[in-house]
Design a protein around this ligand. Structure first.
Ligand code: GUN
Ligand code: ZN
Length: 433
């Protein structure tokens, strides 16, 4: 048995603060006690010190928050971040599909998976819901890399039988390969599986039927896809799925809208879709930096809140411009404001941690630094740059948190811990044994 204590300022959200005003849990001088990778106790240092007298305690300088949870990201697109000149459909053709073709090669997939996980941890992201490519090898490579690092990760093979030449499967292959990957990886250690049709336009009806059957057959598995991101995309979906009343309904008709369904974007949703999302318990991974970068639009937080739609926060690399969920939280604030929605910094932190965890059905294990949860956490430096130091000196907790979101990125990530082990230390530039 290993027992270790970390002393410092601790902040987490036990619930969505929009629903529960007492959701903020903050200890200015707290103690986190870790036993075999899980949180055995947490509270004010003064209250716990006696109970844990003799415990080896390390002091952490900064703000300890749960490890970030990226609710939508494409690992194969890592190297295509910042690709110039197009909105969604042209961007996919010009930049993304050519890059994804290379993931037929397991060696390439393995190299990118390692680089991606290095980057995630450097940005304080300890869990994610991840798109691979159409190739089973890309999923194998990702899960193997995540397993070697003991990370809680969810991934899936992309289903796209209407994809471009060289990046296409069939409905039968989608079924057989997804079944095999679920059997091998789902529930193995900290890994989980997501059935991953790319989006409505790249799967035939036959393949969408297969996706629905797979989802019904595997109760613990998620459904992960894109929804209502871009105007041209939405028009093409309406033209193909003439029976569907809206984009979400195109998925619903195949049994793909359930409480285990995670839809990226949802930038342009009719109220009916929001009602249906809320009624089923399905949710949206909000991806603000991607929505700005591709000119897709701005997520309507007020509409989602009115309908009580479940939300998490995603980077959507490579359309997103930063893996940092701090930075994405700052952009979420900026996306909400033109329509009059003022995103509270605590709610933004919730979206990046507990909200994403709930969306991904891993909130029993991670996301709020509650006793019994796995000890994935990060240490933030609210004075990471001279300007941040100037802004945060003497500021309230809310203002410090907001400054971290608006001004912070990987530079504000002092340390990342996975199962209580330091896997990234900014000043050492690597993890610690
Ligand atoms: N819609 C279908 N595929 C993609 C993708 O790779 N990225 C984004 N942002 N949207 C998509
Ligand atoms: Zn995406």
């Amino acid at each position: 048995m290993s027992l270790k204590g970390y002393r410092g300022e601790i902040l987490s959200l036990s619930h969505d603060p929009a629903e529960a005003p007492d959701a903020v849990r903050h200890e200015a001088d707290g103690l986190l006690v870790i036993e075999d990778g899980r949180i055995a106790a947490r509270g004010p240092y003064a209250q716990l010190a006696e109970r844990f007298a003799g415990l080896a305690v390390e002091r952490l300088e900064g703000l300890i928050v749960p490890g970030f949870i990226d609710a939508h990201v494409h690992y194969p697109q890592l190297g295509r971040i910042a690709s110039h000149g197009a909105q969604l459909l042209d961007w996919l053709e010009r930049h993304i599909f050519p890059a994804e073709k290379a993931f037929a090669d397991p060696v390439h997939a393995g190299e990118v998976a390692e680089a991606f996980l290095d980057e995630l941890l450097r940005h304080g992201t300890t869990s994610a819901l991840v798109f691979a490519t159409v190739h089973s090898a890309s999923v194998e490579a990702f899960f193997a890399a995540a397993e070697a690092r003991d990370l809680r990760m969810i991934c899936g093979k992309v289903l796209m039988d209407l994809g471009p030449e060289g990046l296409r499967d069939t409905a039968a292959e989608a079924q057989a390969e997804t079944e095999a990957l679920i059997a091998k990886w789902h529930g193995r250690g900290r890994l989980g599986y997501a059935i991953t049709p790319r989006y409505a336009l790249t799967s035939s009806d036959a393949q969408l039927i297969v996706a629905g059957e797979l989802l019904r057959a595997h109760p613990g598995v998620l459904l992960h896809t894109h929804l209502a991101e871009n105007a041209q995309e939405i028009a093409e979906v309406a033209a193909r799925f003439t029976e569907a009343v809206d984009y979400l309904d195109a998925y619903d008709r195949f049994g793909l809208v359930t409480e285990r369904s995670v839809f990226a974007h949802g930038v342009h949703l009719p109220d009916r879709s929001c009602e249906r999302l809320a009624e089923t318990g399905a949710g949206i991974a909000v991806c603000p930096s991607s929505n700005f970068f591709l000119g897709s639009g701005m997520f309507d937080f007020a509409q989602a809140e009115r309908h009580e739609v479940r939300l998490g926060l995603g980077s959507d690399i490579g359309a997103g411009t930063s893996l940092s969920l701090l930075h994405n939280a700052g952009l979420a604030y900026q996306a909400g404001l033109p329509a009059g929605y003022v995103l509270d910094p605590f709610r933004a932190l919730w979206l990046a941690t507990g909200g994403s965890a709930r969306l991904l059905h891993i909130d029993g294990e991670v996301g709020s630094l509650a006793e019994g949860q796995e000890a994935d956490f990060v240490v933030l430096d609210d004075a990471a740059t001279p300007l941040m130091a100037r802004r945060t000196a003497g500021a309230t907790l809310a203002d410090r948190l907001f400054a971290l979101q608006v001004l912070g990125d990987d530079r504000a990530l002092r340390q990342t811990y996975v199962l209580g082990r330091c896997v990234w230390d900014r000043d050492l530039r690597h993890g610690r044994a």
